[in-house]
Design a binder for this molecule. Structure first.
Ligand code: SF4
Length: 145
């Protein structure tokens, strides 16, 4: 259980079971959250897991089709001034190979909400490509998320 005191009254962020306490959840949802305490706790966990190393992720934008129309977004469906593309699996894996050679060990597949990529399209049964809800890791230690 973490007790954080900096800039906020001392109180546990987590219950004995490791979940956020009701008080903490209520404070966060009300916008009166213990920002400093929360940031300090996030930093503590980050140090515990990653130390001071910087991990770079290879971002692969595999489709710029999207069924939504968020006005601020350049790839929204209503934008007619855009050349649309989808990468096939081999191209995605080629990007991963190139990234691996450059030292990347985690790849993030990002794209619009493209109905073309249903689970069966985005997820291969050899564990090399995963959809946005799951993570896969190959025997080489490379992750895709
Ligand atoms: S890509 Fe994301 S932000 Fe852009 S239009 Fe689609 S849903 Fe909205």
């Amino acid at each position: 259980m973490a007790i954080v005191t900096s800039g906020f009254e001392a109180r546990p962020l987590y219950s004995e079971a490791g979940a956020l306490t009701d008080d903490t959840i209520l404070a966060l949802l009300s916008g009166k959250g213990p920002d400093e305490a929360l940031f300090a706790e996030a930093d503590r966990i980050r140090r515990e897991v990653y130390g001071d190393a910087v991990y770079l992720r290879g971002l692969i934008e595999f489709t710029n089709y999207c069924r939504n129309d968020c006005y601020y977004c350049g790839i929204r469906k209503g934008n007619r001034n855009l050349s649309r593309y989808r990468l096939d699996k081999e191209t995605i894996l080629g990007c991963c190979r190139e990234g691996y050679a450059l030292g990347y060990r985690t790849f993030v597949l990002q794209g619009g909400e493209d109905p073309y990529f249903a689970d069966t399209q985005a997820d291969s049964n050899d564990g090399t490509v995963s959809d946005g809800d799951r993570r896969s890791q190959t025997a080489t230690g490379v992750s895709a998320t």
